[in-house]
Design a protein around this ligand. Sequence first.
Ligand SMILES: C[S@@+](CC[C@H](N)C(=O)[O-])C[C@H]1O[C@@H](n2cnc3c(N)ncnc32)[C@H](O)[C@@H]1O
Length: 374
Amino acid sequence: MKKYKLYVTMGAGFESVVAKELQALGYETQTENGRVFFEGDMTDIVRTNLWLRTADRVKILLQEFTATTFESLFDQVFAYDWAQLIPVDGRFPVKGRSVKSKLHSEPDIQSITKKAVVNKLTQQYRRRGFLPESGSLYQLDVHIVKDQVRISLDTTADSLFKRGYRVEHGGAPLKENFAASLLKLTPYDGTHPLIDPMTGSGTFAIEAAMIAKNIAPGSMRKFAFEDFDWFDKNELTKQKEEAKALVNDSKPIIVASDIDQSILDIARVNAHNAGVLQNIEFKQVAVKDFKTDLENGIIIVNPPYGKRMKDQESARKLYGEMGDVFRPLKSFSKYYLTSDLEFENFYHERATKKRKLYNGSIRTDFYQYWANKR
Ligand SMILES: C[S@@+](CC[C@H](N)C(=O)[O-])C[C@H]1O[C@@H](n2cnc3c(N)ncnc32)[C@H](O)[C@@H]1O
């Protein structure tokens, strides 16, 4: 089977988390900023799309070359055998990005690349300048960093954070792959209790249950590669069947609470859609009244953080309540994600470790308080 140079994209700061996931799937990896490279064939494209919890997209690296002029960009793109990748009716939008390079106008980079592919395909298909672009999507990326050009094909379509279990509700839920990445920064493996006392739409709880049950995160969604006409249609069906057989019947202990009953109702629907409703205990309770008899577990929270002064005041009052309630739970390791740099002062305890992270464009810290003994 044909081998490809593949890479995975992810949120800033999560390269090592994604690399570890790929290594656990059996791949040798090479990491650079925002990308982890590996090699594989069609079956690996399916496997990584289906199983990666922390990544954004899986892409095929088609071409790598140096270009400092548009002529050179055009000629080198034109040289590729595009007809073996894109059928006569394929749609192939081009997305361009340029960083610290002589060719810096992204619209021009896009249109020159597009033109080179169009010219080559019209020649290869003898179409006299017309391609209908009415068929399946082949999203191409041209990315130039310090004059090094990389052309790639996206195999994923919607980012992998879109698992397919979430109902839209207009709140600000964590992205599923971001929540999974944060869980991967904790020792969580499904064998210890996990508590999210401000669960919102349930993202941490659902992702944790899927990790504990070994449910493939991509088993509920579609991927771009399904529509590629050179792709073996049976491979995904086969791997989804295999994934189903790999779901275990463990009974993880996961408690998800929130003050707001209406958001808990949404969390329940999400958990049901993800197939883990039975694995999560949902309850409506305010943090200040939270009690548990559980021990030796993980508490993970994405508390509200206020942008406006009034919101910030109430958020900080809440951090104080969190400190009062969770600090005494010494056998638990605790993980708090917030953009409030003063969090520790209001929680009244210094974190064991802090990790700077970006939640989209919001700079946040992941405050970690490790248990005395596990
Ligand atoms: C930033 S959201 C959590 C979003 C969640 N991680 C998700 O992915 O949907 C914060 C949550 O804290 C809840 N909350 C606010 N004050 C609370 C309190 N005093 N006790 C418990 N939950 C509270 C809100 O109802 C909201 O759902």
